[in-house]
Every structure is written in structure tokens, then in C-alpha cells.
Design a protein around this ligand. Structure first.
Ligand code: PLP
Length: 393
């Protein structure tokens, strides 16, 4: 198979860079770089029929993935997760065409594996062997696992309120774990400092171009699993926003290859009341989100006060005619119990937040109850057993 990756392009200033060199953010303006492909070429080699015979993981879209040599892929079988029809839950909340994309089925139990597999594989292809990452939880455990698989060095920086299971996973996978007295952005600063001092490659969210390439495969999969008809609405628990911008990018690529038309799902961003920088900026009509002070929520994956890709997230929400809503931790807990007991899916709090958010946008009339709706359950709840309240009543 051949990758049709051609270059990197800045999403803000449009500067172009070589994809044969290691890049993080745009050297000209500091914003997010995107991987670009020769999509005319890619569609000669890759089409809907060929996909039927490909292995069921995210590398099935190899032509539009950034790795040049297949042998350089570091994989644990990430992606092609179940898209489950949530009939019982749908009945209960009055939505007749409700689905859950269950990212808890990924190798380390969250969709972080998609981004990390792509980023680590590409960096290794370009000669990197030592990695660092700041993480609220799942990205750290994921990177630790992929570095173990690839025989690479991993340093993980987690705020002290990160879930204990994530910390323990890092240690078991053989990573060097640093617990930081502060928030995720403090962990980010330290990760950056240590990386430049020790020559590590920092794979922070959207601060290198390829995690988004892994996460975009969720967009390809939704199209493929729905037989090339995108749903009407996608509800996404937004932290750094890689998934939302990744899927948005995937839809654009698929349209350019003639696989889908120009209609798009409404992209619906859900954040926690205790940490909602994107919702605030969306409501205010701002292009960028100002940092959230004292972020607090049980949903660690969306406890993200600053997102470098804020303008890309906000753009996707607006272009898609979507919206952004907040939910409380209590609503997350109640929704978690509903997803779990109605569907047999042990959702993570972030995934549960999408159900809580859906109830609000349906009540507000932004999403109609007969639409085809996808809730993104971004990870397994099994890692949060110490954080969620369980009442045996
Ligand atoms: C990281 C994470 C998120 C947020 O993902 P982004 O793509 O960075 O917005 C949501 N849920 C879980 C479980 C996560 O680990």
C-alpha cells in the first residue's frame, strides 16, 4: 500500500512545510499544522469496494494516513470500533435512531490510541525514539503502551488529579511517570521544558500534526459503518478537540475523493460546567477561547482549560450548524448509569457527558428526536471506578 501524504500546511497562515522533516506547530505563526494528501492519487488505490477486504483497524485507510512504510506502523489493533444501535436508551429518552460509537473497545480502553498510534509511528519513521506527553489520563497510558510496543522511551507528565488507574498503567507499561502539582497546562509546560532539555519529542494534542490523523479515522469509520451516509448529529465530549477537528477533516477528504456529498452532521460539543472554555467562546461568538480558571470535573479527559486548536473546533461547530453545551457532574453520573444499564456499555464519564448534552440539545430543539444521532463514548468506564459514584439501590 502507498500513502499519498504530500506535505504539511498551517491551518492559520497557510505556510507549507515538508512532511519529511519533523515538525510540531507552525514555525511561522505557532498554530496547528495539518497533513495534506494527494487525494486524486489516493482514490485510485482506495475505494469503497477495496475497503471491504481490509483488516478491521484504523490502518485500513492507509492511503490517507501519514506513514510512508507499512513496516513503520506501531499498532495494537486500534480503531474500527463497534457502532452500536442504542435501542433501549433511545426509547427511554425518545430518540428513535440513536447510536453509540464505542471507543472503549480500543487497545488501552480509549480513543487516544488512534492519535497516539499515528503520532508515534510517524515520529519513529522520522527517526525519533524518545517521547514525552502531558496527559489528563488516557493519552499518557496510551503513549506508554505504544512506546512499550515500539521499544521506545516514554515520559508522561500527569496532573496529580489524573485517575489513579491511568498512573498505574503508565508505570506497568514501563514509562517514566511524573505527577505534577497543578493542572494539565502545568503538566504541559513541564513536559515541554524536559523535552527540550533532554531531546524528547513532545506529542501534546495538536502540537504535532499526526494525532489528528489518527483521530480522523473515526470520521472515516462512521461513514463506512453507516454505508457512506453520515449521521445527522455527532455528539462529542471536547477537551483538546482533536477528535472533532479530525472528523471534520475526514469529511472534507472523503468529499474530495467523491465518497460522500457536501452535507455534514451537526457537530455538537459537550463540556463540563466546571471546565467549558469552548462553550463560552462559542456562545460569545469568539474565534479563540480564553483559558478556564480552576477546571473541575469528574470527566478527566475533558478537564482541559486551554486548547491550541480552539479556532479549529469553533470553526467546525459553526460550519456544521452545530452547537456547544455544558453539563454538570451530577448529569454525567446519571447519564452514565443510563448508558450502562440500558445498553450494557460501561461508558466513561466523558462518554456519559454526550448523553447528558444530547438531552439538552433535544430539549432546545437544536437536534430533533428522529434524527440519526451518534454519541461518541470515547473510552471505557472501567478506568474510572474510583471516581464514579455507585449506589446499590
Ligand atoms: C482525551 C479525551 C477526551 C477529549 O478528547 P479531545 O479529542 O482531546 O477533545 C474525551 N474523552 C476521553 C475519554 C478522553 O480520554
Amino acid at each position: 500500500m502507498k500513502s499519498y501524504l504530500t506535505h504539511l500546511e498551517c491551518t492559520k497562515c497557510g505556510e507549507i512545510f515538508s512532511c519529511d522533516d519533523v515538525h510540531q506547530t507552525c514555525p511561522a505563526c505557532g498554530k496547528v499544522l495539518y497533513a495534506k494528501y494527494d487525494l486524486k492519487g489516493a482514490k485510485q488505490d482506495l475505494n469503497k469496494a477495496i475497503l471491504k477486504n481490509r483488516t478491521p483497524n484504523m490502518w485500513r485507510y492507509f492511503e490517507v494516513m501519514p506513514i510512508k512504510k507499512e513496516a513503520n506502523i506501531i499498532s495494537l489493533g486500534e480503531g474500527f470500533t463497534p457502532l452500536l444501535k442504542a435501542t433501549n436508551l433511545g426509547k427511554h429518552i425518545g430518540c428513535s435512531d440513536l447510536f453509540i460509537k464505542d471507543e472503549g473497545a480500543n487497545p488501552t480502553g480509549s480513543f487516544k490510541d488512534r492519535g497516539i498510534s499515528a503520532a508515534i509511528s510517524k515520529a519513529k519513521e522520522l527517526g525519533k525514539e524518545k517521547f514525552s506527553i502531558p496527559s489528563a489520563g488516557n493519552a499518557g497510558s496510551s503513549m506508554a503502551a505504544y512506546c512499550a510496543k515500539g521499544g521506545l522511551l516514554a515520559k508522561v507528565f500527569m496532573p496529580k488529579d489524573a485517575p489513579e488507574p491511568n498512573k498505574n498503567e503508565c508505570i506497568l507499561y514501563g514509562a517514566n511517570l511524573n505527577v505534577v502539582d497543578g493542572f494539565i497546562n502545568d503538566a504541559g509546560k513541564l513536559s515541554k521544558e524536559v523535552s527540550s532539555r533532554e531531546g524528547l519529542f513532545d506529542v501534546s494534542t495538536l502540537k504535532e500534526p499526526y494525532r489528528a490523523e489518527g483521530k480522523k479515522t473515526m470520521g472515516y469509520e462512521l461513514a463506512e459503518q453507516f454505508n457512506w451516509e453520515l449521521p445527522d448529529s455527532i455528539v462529542y465530549p471536547t477537551g483538546g478537540g482533536t477528535g472533532i477537528v479530525g472528523m471534520w477533516k475526514a469529511f472534507d477528504e472523503m468529499e474530495k475523493m467523491g465518497w460522500i456529498g457536501s452535507s455534514r452532521p451537526k457537530m455538537i460539543c459537550v463540556q463540563s460546567e466546571g471546565c467549558a472554555p469552548i462553550v463560552r467562546a462559542f456562545v460569545n461568538g469568539d474565534e479563540h477561547a480564553s483559558p478556564w480558571e480552576n477546571p473541575e470535573t469528574i470527566a478527566a479527559g475533558i478537564r482541559v482549560p486551554v486548547a491550541i486548536g480552539d479556532y479549529l473546533i469553533l470553526q467546525a461547530l459553526r460550519e456544521s450548524l452545530g452547537t456547544a453545551v455544558t453539563v454538570s457532574d451530577k448529569e454525567i453520573q446519571d447519564s452514565l448509569k443510563q448508558i450502562t444499564s440500558f445498553e450494557g456499555i460501561f461508558a466513561c464519564p466523558e462518554g456519559a457527558a454526550t448523553l447528558a448534552g444530547l438531552k439538552k440539545v433535544v430539549a432546545d430543539g437544536i437536534v430533533s428526536p428522529d434524527e440519526k444521532i451518534v454519541l461518541m463514548n470515547t473510552g471505557t468506564g472501567l478506568k474510572y471506578l474510583d471516581a464514579i459514584q455507585i449506589n446499590n439501590s
